[in-house]
Ligand binder design. Structure first.
Ligand code: 6PG
Length: 487
């Protein structure tokens, strides 16, 4: 009587995924390593606690665990990304049978997953690198799951993964095959980057309401609640409203007591690094990552704030109108952020020949994950249209949306700048939008400078594209061109 799937790693995500699987009728084996003094009794606690009376078998011996699972084995690893995954794979390989499937559900770097797929396949096994989003709650009640890697594994793991995935409003599971190699983890990485962007944008909206409109926590919570009824309806807007209303045991608003230094585990940073590697602009997410870094320099900010106190003119705003402008800035910037993120996915797909289906990815993110929102329906629709847009902002629906948002968006950014209030993501998005919609940019001067000091060459407007010229700018520079490569 073998089990349907094995799960390794009983931290909160692993426990919840195991319970989720069991609740969908799967018979589950679980294993956690035992490290004296560090991790002890983890399996016993789970089996005698939350898993009591459930169709879950606990193992402290990895060989017995592997042997308990039906062939071809499906083993999901929920351990810390990085070396622990490699170490675990090395332990598992000698115990597996040909055709067995390893699934890595952690936030692994997609390049590690590229490598692991090859390694596992070279030994006759299959490997699936799967993003899993939705935190503890999603793991237990329905996550957004983004599997990629050995495609042969998909038919085997599909029933289990789709059964534990969240369902979108139209009933479809938020889990589809993403593509080969590390594409599932790449997509999860961009999901997390977008998550960073959304969080920063919401934080800026909060900051403007608090500092320029002097709204209190309840009033701001009301605004977010109202927005959650409209086009911004999303999990992050919903929890923001709950957070603003939350009081701690002493009776005060907890939000006002939380230190303003943000942490990060790395997926936002990876998104930006990989966008740079692919030569793609991902400015909004970069801004969000850098703002977390700057927030962490609390002492320096404190010192600098004494030297450069901000001056606020604080005109009397029409609050209702101003809140509409904040909405415009938030919604338009969010559009920019998703447009940038999906453009990186498209570039990665082209570069690595992954054949990503952007509409399917947007649909997978509609439920279960941290960035779930109704807005992803519109994105999926845009990518599904007969004439696929060159860029998300050029899809007819989004063109219309942006046009109505621009006046409020630019007023809000201008007003915040005059009031010396930072809105780096709103303004990064606006600058990107203005650059994107400029047929001409001053890069002619950059090219001239590169050629002047380093003979890096340039193309000419009055010649065919693809021909590179070098000018002897000073009369003594000579005609030798430097080698050229473009990122
Ligand atoms: C998710 C989240 C999750 C992520 C946390 C923390 O999709 O469920 O993206 O995977 O680990 O949000 O990320 P940071 O610590 O980097 O903010």
């Amino acid at each position: 009587n073998k089990t349907d799937i094995g799960l390794i790693g009983l931290a909160v995500m692993g426990e919840n995924l195991a319970l989720n699987m069991e609740s969908k009728g799967w018979h589950v084996s679980v294993y956690n390593r035992t490290v004296p003094g560090v991790e002890e009794g983890v399996v016993e606690r789970f089996i005698n606690g939350r898993a009591k009376g459930k169709n879950i078998e606990g193992f402290t011996d990895i060989k017995a665990f592997v042997e308990s699972i039906a062939l071809p084995r499906k083993i999901m690893m929920m351990v810390r990304a990085g070396k622990p995954v490699d170490e675990l794979m090395e332990q598992l390989f000698p115990l597996l049978s040909p055709g067995d499937i390893l699934i890595d559900g952690g936030n692994s770097n997609y390049e590690d997953t590229n490598r692991r797929v090859k390694l596992a396949e070279s030994k006759g096994f299959l490997f699936v690198g799967s993003g899993v989003s939705g935190g503890e709650e999603g793991a237990l009640n329905g996550a957004s799951i983004m599997p990629g890697g050995s495609e042969k594994a998909w038919q085997e793991v599909k029933p289990i993964l789709q059964s534990i995935a969240a369902k979108a409003l139209d009933g479809s599971p938020c889990c589809e095959w993403v593509g080969p190699a590390g594409s599932g983890h790449f997509v999860k990485m961009i999901h997390n980057g977008i998550e960073y962007g959304d969080m920063q944008l919401i934080a800026e909206a909060y900051w403007v309401m608090k500092n320029l409109l002097d709204l209190n926590n309840e009033e701001m919570a009301d605004v977010f609640e109202y927005w959650n009824e409209g086009k911004l309806r999303s999990y992050l807007i919903e929890i923001t409203s709950n957070i603003l209303r939350h009081k701690d045991k002493a009776g005060g608003y907890l939000i006002d007591k939380i230190l303003d230094t943000a942490g990060q585990k790395g997926t936002g940073k990876w998104s930006v690094i990989n966008a740079m590697e692919l030569g793609m602009p991902l400015g909004l997410i970069a801004t969000a990552v850098f703002e977390r870094s700057l927030s962490a320099q609390k002492d320096l900010r404190h010192l600098a704030s004494k030297q450069f106190p901000h001056s606020h003119i604080m005109p009397v705003y029409n609050k209702v109108e101003f809140v509409k402008e904040i909405f415009s800035a938030l919604y338009a910037s969010k559009l920019v952020s998703y447009a940038q993120g999906f453009a990186v996915l498209q570039r990665a797909s082209d570069t690595f020949d992954w054949q990503l289906n952007l509409a399917s990815i947007a649909r997978m993110w509609r439920g279960g994950c941290i960035i779930r929102s109704i807005f992803l329906n519109d994105i999926a629709a845009a990518f599904e249209a007969a004439n696929k847009p060159e860029h998300l902002l050029l899809a007819p629906y989004f063109q219309q949306e942006i046009k109505t948002l621009i006046p409020g968006w630019k007023n809000l950014v201008a007003e915040a700048m005059k009031e010396e209030l930072p809105v780096p993501a709103f303004s990064s998005a606006l600058n990107y939008f203005y650059s994107l919609t400029s047929a001409d940019l001053p890069a002619n001067l950059v090219q001239a400078q590169r050629d002047y000091f380093g003979a890096h060459t340039f193309e000419r407007k009055d010649e065919l594209r693809g021909q590179f010229f070098h000018e002897n700018w000073t009369g003594h520079g000579g005609d030798t061109k430097s080698g050229t490569y473009n990122v």
